[in-house]
Write a protein that binds this ligand. Structure first.
Ligand code: SF4
Length: 347
């Protein structure tokens, strides 16, 4: 199996920018960006990130707000906050040198088993097996594992089998090979089994159960949330606040939020607030954003304030000039609203 995989990889090289050399910083950045993100979606972000932060020192010196703007639209914003924290640790405690052993890499904030193994093997050729979604699928199909793969026992079994397969002479090449094989040949839907060089030893193929493997546990229903955003304006200013760390979109900015458990009317929403509103634009925008565990329905109502004393002093919102609002990082629903209404809002 190992030889067939390595041969397949030699015949199907995949060109990705961070594969060019063994720079641990670039590999770390690429792996964090690609968590929960497809390569095609992550690539433009990787290029933009590297252009702005070519070294760990440049990343460590940035502000969280600027980093969030670079990350805007990629989701899972805590990844960026953890990266910034880790970059500062690398600069302060490791003198700017990326840690070169698995345990130290694993200690960095936001780095789990997968990312630590990826950096350790790709940058430092350490014999750590990388187990991502592609590897889980390939291994469970090769060995016809029909138990749900999201249990601890099955995860451990898959890790042990992948670890046995690992080529200890060239762990980096092997890890890339099996991940690429999962992405291109042993795909989630319509795997190319007929031309697969491993079909002779693939138990799922031999048993005719490829489409049943891997088995995932039942997905939890997504939580539905209703966000009613009042967009406060006063002269040439809009008012925004940074979101709390304990919820989604931590570190991103938003307008004045009223959240409800059910869909409701604007008249009900407006009864819940005591801002000195003198007029409302009378039009709203309605947007939807689907996250991994939640669905957000967001509506927007621009209003004009008489004064900003309450919203600034009591509610802690910050006035921003209309023309500067796009310098801030917003969740996707707000970004879409701002794009759609840029002209009307005079942004
Ligand atoms: S035969 Fe099909 S299921 Fe088995 S490893 Fe190859 S592509 Fe994957």
């Amino acid at each position: 199996m190992r030889n067939a995989l390595l041969q397949w990889s030699r015949e199907n090289p995949r060109s990705l920018p961070w594969k060019k050399d063994k720079n641990p910083y670039q590999i770390w950045v690429s792996e964090i960006i690609l968590q929960q993100t497809r390569v095609e979606q992550g690539l433009p972000y990787y290029h933009r990130f590297m252009e702005r932060y070519p070294t760990v020192e440049t990343l460590a010196a940035t502000s969280e707000d600027e980093l969030m703007k670079i990350w805007e639209g990629l989701g899972y914003y805590r990844r960026a906050q953890h990266m910034l924290h880790s970059a500062r640790i690398i600069v302060e405690q490791y003198n700017g040198e990326f840690p070169s052993n698995y345990e130290d890499i694993l200690r960095l904030k936001g780095v789990g088993d997968y990312t630590a193994a990826a950096v350790a093997s790709f940058a430092f050729d350490l014999p750590q097996v990388v187990v991502d979604g592609n590897v889980i699928r390939v291994v469970s199909r090769l060995f016809a594992i029909q138990d749900p793969v999201d249990t601890r026992a099955t995860s451990q079994r898959i890790y042990d089998l992948a670890n046995q397969l690992l080529d200890r002479n060239d762990p980096s090449f092997f890890n890339q090979a099996i991940m690429d094989f999962g992405a291109l040949q042993c795909r989630p839907a319509n795997p190319d089994c007929i031309s697969c060089p491993l079909n002779f030893s693939c138990t799922s193929f031999q048993k005719g159960i490829v489409n049943l493997v891997p088995l995932k546990g039942k997905k939890k229903a997504k939580k539905i949330r209703y966000f009613y955003y009042i967009v406060p304006t006063l002269g040439n200013k809009l008012y925004v606040r940074k979101r709390d760390k304990a919820d989604i979109w931590s570190g991103l900015f938003e307008f004045y939020l009223i959240e409800t458990n059910n869909e409701t009317s604007w008249s009900t929403v407006l009864k819940k607030i005591d801002l000195p509103i003198i007029s409302s634009e009378g039009w709203t925008g309605r947007y939807k954003q689907t996250l991994s565990h939640q669905i957000i329905h967001a509506e927007f109502l621009p209003v004009e304030l008489k004064d900003d004393r309450l919203i600034v002093e009591r509610d802690d919102y910050t006035p921003i000039k209309r023309k500067k609002i796009r310098n801030f990082a917003f969740p996707k629903v707000i970004d879409c609203f701002l794009r759609d209404k840029a002209v009307i809002l005079n942004l």
